[in-house]
Design a protein around this ligand. Structure first.
Ligand code: NAP
Length: 500
């Protein structure tokens, strides 16, 4: 059994960032990562043109800035470099095990510890558990009648051995990934057919001509993005102005009225993720690009059939069709007090966590990038950094009051979730006339933070101990006891204290 204080599941930017933050506050941290290197989503997404449309001065942690990022462009190589830099620093202070997939996490009340099983057969015991498995890493592949006989790719599962020079490529989807992929593909492929189901709102990507020092650039980018928010969370005047800006961009880049009509969204801006791009529309104008808006009806061995009766011959099919949200976490059993299953609760009641971070019944555990901590208009790393501060404060408070564990009170989580649903009611995500991965099957916003990101920073600045119950281990050190087997949660006789 491998003992540690803080066990982090996931070695992407979230897990590594948390590990870095906590080791610098004197915590002993152990990271378990399924793949063979750091980087998470930026390791998996290597499709041509893959980059981050948020300025790198903001899409980076305030504690790991890279001077070269002042350039303003961050492709996946540069972001991976960021992850590796973070990982190199962490390797000096914490243990990181790659090729180690976690299969189950079980809380044991008797010794107030997490028992974490891995596919390699190792058993880890930890006081605190950080779940940093990411929200968008299980590809969503739509099912169509028939099947395509040629190579089939997903944007997050690219095959770089495939030579696309001169190929006829079909791309399904027009989300943020497709908007980066299509311009890159049109440089090489002989023909690109884009199958669009719903057009995206596209805003021009701001150019950063004036060089600024890192902090100043970060501040400028932060507030530039934050000014988009009122249009998304209820201001009709700001939304109309933002839509007008996007339509001006469309008119400027697409002179053909027929193509322009096909690319004009019929839902409110921001309802789906806004695309920030200066290259997507020009790529669709190229003579070698075809935009198809007629729905796909069937796949043939060498073609895609659409509802207008047309057959589109292709050599390679690319799914730019997004992801099953939080599927990695939903597939990894996490059992809290008395064996309660996080997955069963979330599947039944919808994903919820107090401040998007701590979950009722699941002591000493924190989910990074959890429910309602996502953002569509700015850097998610800003939200994650807020979570790191909150988690560090939670650990300090647990020690300060002499508790073995803290668990968030159900009422506190309920209050937070009710507030989030209230604040989401007037937003473009729920009212914008579209369906996106931001919403669950019932149309409830379970993904995005419905307010300014600085407000989330304020909410998480100090640890709200009154919303937690403390737990004391009932049986002291249980070193050498049998690990808790899946499905057999040991029921402890721990004592619990509430703070109000
Ligand atoms: P996505 O936003 O979920 O887009 C998927 C696309 O596939 C949509 O256009 C969707 O159409 C289409 N689609 C899905 N199923 C289809 C079907 N059966 N037939 C036809 N079309 C279908 O996925 P994504 O583009 O990979 O982006 C996912 C998220 O990753 C983004 O929202 C963003 O948060 C993040 N991302 C960020 C960046 C960045 O630069 N920061 C870059 C890439 C991705 P409908 O709209 O009709 O469903």
């Amino acid at each position: 059994m491998i003992d540690t204080e803080v066990l982090v599941v996931g070695g992407g930017l979230a897990g590594l960032g948390a590990a870095h933050y906590l080791t610098h506050r004197g915590r002993t941290v152990h990271v378990l990562e399924r793949s063979s290197g750091p980087g998470g989503t930026w390791r998996e997404n290597t499709y041509p043109g893959c980059e981050c449309d948020i300025h790198p001065a903001l899409y980076s942690y305030s504690f790991t800035r890279l001077p070269s990022w002042i350039s303003g462009q961050a492709d996946h190589h540069q972001i991976l470099r960021h992850s590796r830099l973070l990982a190199d620093r962490i390797h000096r202070t914490a243990r990181v095990d790659y090729d180690t997939e976690v299969t189950a996490c079980r809380w044991n009340d008797t010794d107030a510890r997490w028992y974490v099983h891995t596919r390699t057969g190792a058993l880890h015991r930890a006081r605190f558990l950080l779940l940093a498995t990411g929200a968008l890493n299980v590809p969503r592949i739509p099912r169509f009648a028939g099947s395509f006989a040629g190579p089939v790719l997903h944007t997050a599962r690219w095959n770089h051995d495939l030579d696309l020079r001169g190929a006829r490529v079909g791309v399904i989807g027009t989300g943020a990934s497709a908007a980066q992929l299509v311009p890159a593909l049109t440089d090489h492929a002989c023909r690109v057919t884009v199958f669009q189901r719903t057009p995206a709102w596209v805003l021009p990507r701001p150019r950063t001509r004036v060089p600024l020092p890192y902090r100043a650039r970060r501040t400028v980018e932060y507030w530039r993005n934050e000014t988009l928010l009122p249009a998304l969370i209820g201001s009709q005047r700001r939304r109309t102005a933002l839509e007008a800006r996007a339509l001006r961009h469309l008119h400027a880049q697409i002179p053909d009225p027929v193509l322009r009509r096909a690319l004009t969204p019929s839902y409110r801006i921001g309802c789906k993720r806004i695309i920030f791009s200066n290259t997507f529309y020009p790529a669709l104008r190229r003579p070698t690009t075809i935009l198809k808006t007629s729905p796909i009806t069937e796949l043939a061995a060498d073609a895609v059939h659409t509802a207008d009766g047309r057959r589109h011959e292709i050599d390679v099919l690319v799914h730019a069709t997004g992801f099953h949200v939080s599927a990695a976490l939903m597939r990894m059993p996490v059992h809290g007090r008395n064996g309660i299953s996080l997955q069963e609760i979330w599947a039944r009641d919808g994903a919820a966590a107090h401040l998007g971070t701590t979950m009722a019944g699941i002591p000493n555990a924190f989910v990074l990038g959890g429910p309602n901590t996502g953002v569509g208009h700015t850097s998610v790393l800003f939200m994650l950094e807020s979570q790191f501060r909150y988690i560090a404060a939670a650990l300090e408070e647990t020690d300060r009051i002499g508790a073995d564990a803290l668990v968030v009170r159900e009422q506190a989580q309920h209050r937070f979730t009710t507030r989030i649903h209230h604040d989401s009611a007037a937003t473009t995500w729920t009212r914008g006339g579209c369906h996106s991965w931001y919403l669950d099957r019932e149309g409830i916003n379970r993904s995005l933070w419905p307010g300014p990101t600085w407000r989330y920073r304020l909410h998480t600045r100090t640890f709200d101990l009154h919303n937690y119950t403390s737990i004391r281990a009932s049986a002291g050190d249980s070193d050498g006891v049998d690990p808790v087997e899946p499905g057999h949660q040991r029921t402890g006789t721990s004592t619990a204290t509430t703070f109000d």
